[in-house]
Design a protein around this ligand. Sequence first.
Ligand code: BGC
Length: 251
Amino acid sequence: MQILGIDIGGTGIKTAIVETTTGELLSERTRVATPKPATPEAIGNTLKEVVKQHQWSGPIGIGFPAAIQHGIARTAANVDKSFIGLPIAECFSKHTGCPVYMANDADVAGLAEMRFGAGRNNPGVVLIVTIGTGLGTALFSDGHLMPNTELGHVFLSNGIEAERYASEAVRVTKDLKWKEWGDRFNLYLTTMESLLWPDLIVLGGGVSDKLHKFSPMITTKAPVVAASFLNQAGIVGAALFAEEELKKIKK
Ligand code: BGC
């Protein structure tokens, strides 16, 4: 099935047409800046343009940086607070004129990695962490997702919220060297390990292709690997999520 996959982040909106049977991108990947302020109306208008650019009229899957419970956004850490309580897929469906299926951005990145990537055929507990404007998490046990884990918001032993201490945005704004940021990120991963005991940790997001720069600082017992789809896991996973939802409707 071909589905338009969209990954909405705190700083950018990435889009491509995805073949869901293989996870391949069938079109060029486009990226536009996330509008500021990132209100439902502003993002909706941007999506309308993106859909037009891809000449798309079919189903759309979207990964969004918030907890999304039964189609309703429950949090809004790096987007406008007016998203909270909004039936978000319905809203973007109106803007784009296409059926829209939405889930948390880290959860959908996890779906892509579990189906086609680094977590494939991995029994046991797999933790996916996406590193970007925020820290996103997806938790799988024997291939099953427990949605909306929001573990980037835990407070670390230093009293600081994890995503305000060890996200990519913090590394860039504070101009941290890889060693310093790597130590911070290691505090996050070792904290996660002590709470969840994953068998495998998969890192996605902007810095996943830089793992070699900070892997010397990582001390978890669980192996830590980069997402096979690197920064594209969100786009592919968004399309996979839409496909799953469509299958449920057809049943
Ligand atoms: C949000 C999560 C999201 C993560 C990565 C966090 O600030 O609360 O929902 O998955 O950022 O975008």
